[in-house]
Design a protein around this ligand. Structure first.
Ligand code: 3PG
Ligand code: MG
Length: 390
């Protein structure tokens, strides 16, 4: 990958693709992790004498042009706060002549944030005309949006073909950190996978199983595996289409796969549900599994002990309801408790927010800003954004 050092930015306008697709509620940014993660690259460019840093990002999935609720405007003051210098928000669509004029009028040293690049119709189609219009905004291009690196979009890979380009510091750090999980990881290597659906994580599970020593499977997807083994899972979420696949994986990698033996079940999918702890393979008919149980929390923590490499993606239960957050929090603690002797990586929005909430984030080796991007990388796929920086 071409890195920042290889790019001559002195006196240049540098167009930087960041991923500021952050959670916003009521016009207020709820988590600034992705904004903070972009600071090293912005600062490095300013220090290297860039004339301007012009940041562009998508936000949400608008389908029909500009829409207030998808505006990146609320992110500008957050960036200003963490960067400690003014940020000019340019409100026109990124491809408009007005935006070009506003960029050209920026004083030397200014940092600007463009409006949501998905307001332009061609963005997700990697449209050649849009690539050209975006390329007018800079003399050089830097991709620092690791979270979007799996998208072959105009602002990610398209514009890179038209300008001198390099991967930013975040992109580089992410690719290096996640790459260690694929290339010669130190053993014992333990992976914890959670989340609602097997189908979302199947390719990662299949790509990592041959390499890992243990794979702990929690969250809603565990019930598909338990049902595949003939267990009674009550009303728990599961995917019948993946029962055969689950059986195949259990037959081939049964000694590596650790499933929860007990479950905190609820009598409704609700924050106020009544609860009881039951065996995962014997959940009463009208109840559904909502979190891993206390025995499983202990067993998972034990399975992590002594690990030299750990990757965790996906919550262990319906952790957005406090009653069912204990399994996910226990995993966050167990991973953090492994300490500095273990190379630990956490990816995916839910696991990242769990570790952030637990106050233990500084005790893991790497927290990825990428959800889908980190998974695709661990599936063994080439990411279009990363490829474009080669
Ligand atoms: C994310 O939040 O996963 C990234 O920003 C990518 O967003 P997208 O799935 O809408 O492309
Ligand atoms: Mg290239």
């Amino acid at each position: 990958m071409q890195n920042l050092k290889s790019l001559n930015v002195s006196g240049k306008r540098v167009l930087v693709r960041v991923d500021y697709n952050v959670p916003v509620s009521g016009g207020v940014v709820q988590d600034d992790t992705r904004v903070t993660a972009s600071l090293p690259t912005i600062r490095a460019l300013l220090e290297a004498g860039a004339r301007n840093v012009i940041l562009m990002s998508h936000f949400g999935r608008p389908k029909n042009g500009p829409e207030e609720k998808y505006s990146l405007k609320p992110v500008a003051p957050v960036l200003e706060g963490v960067l400690g210098q003014p940020v000019t928000f340019i409100a026109g669509t990124a491809d408009s002549d007005e935006t070009l004029a506003a960029v050209q009028a920026l004083p030397e040293g200014a940092v600007a944030l463009l409006e949501n690049v998905r307001f332009s119709a061609g963005e997700e189609k990697n449209d050649a005309d849009l690539n050209g219009r975006l390329a007018r905004l800079g003399d050089a291009f830097v991709l620092d949006a690791f979270g979007s690196a799996h998208r072959a979009h105009s602002s990610v890979s398209g514009v890179a073909g038209l300008l001198p380009h390099a991967g930013g510091l975040l992109l580089e750090a992410e690719v290096t950190a996640l790459g260690k999980l694929l290339n010669n990881p130190e053993h014992p290597y333990v992976v914890i996978i959670g989340g609602a659906k097997v189908s979302d994580k199947l390719l990662v599970i299949e790509n990592l199983l041959p390499t890992v020593d243990r794979m702990l499977i929690g969250g809603g997807m565990a019930y598909t595996f338990v049902k595949a083994q003939g267990g009674k899972i009550g009303k728990s979420i599961h995917e019948d289409d993946f029962l055969d696949k689950a059986r195949e994986l259990l037959a081939k990698y049964g000694e590596k796969i650790v499933l929860p033996t007990d479950t905190l079940a609820g009598d409704a999918f609700s924050a106020e549900a009544n609860t009881r702890v039951v065996p995962t393979a014997d959940i009463p008919d009208d109840w559904e599994g909502m979190d891993i149980g206390p025995d499983s929390q202990k067993a998972f923590a034990q399975a992590l002990e002594g690990a030299k490499t750990v990757f965790w993606n996906g919550p262990m239960g319906v952790f957005e309801f406090d009653k069912f957050a204990s399994g996910t929090n226990a995993i966050a603690r167990a991973v953090a408790d492994l300490g500095a002797g273990t190379y630990s990586v956490i990816g995916g929005g839910d696991s990242v927010s769990a570790i952030n909430k637990s106050g233990q984030a500084d005790r893991v080796s790497h927290i990825s800003t990428g959800g889908g991007a980190s998974l695709e990388l661990l599936e063994g796929k080439a990411l279009p954004g990363v490829e474009a920086m080669k």
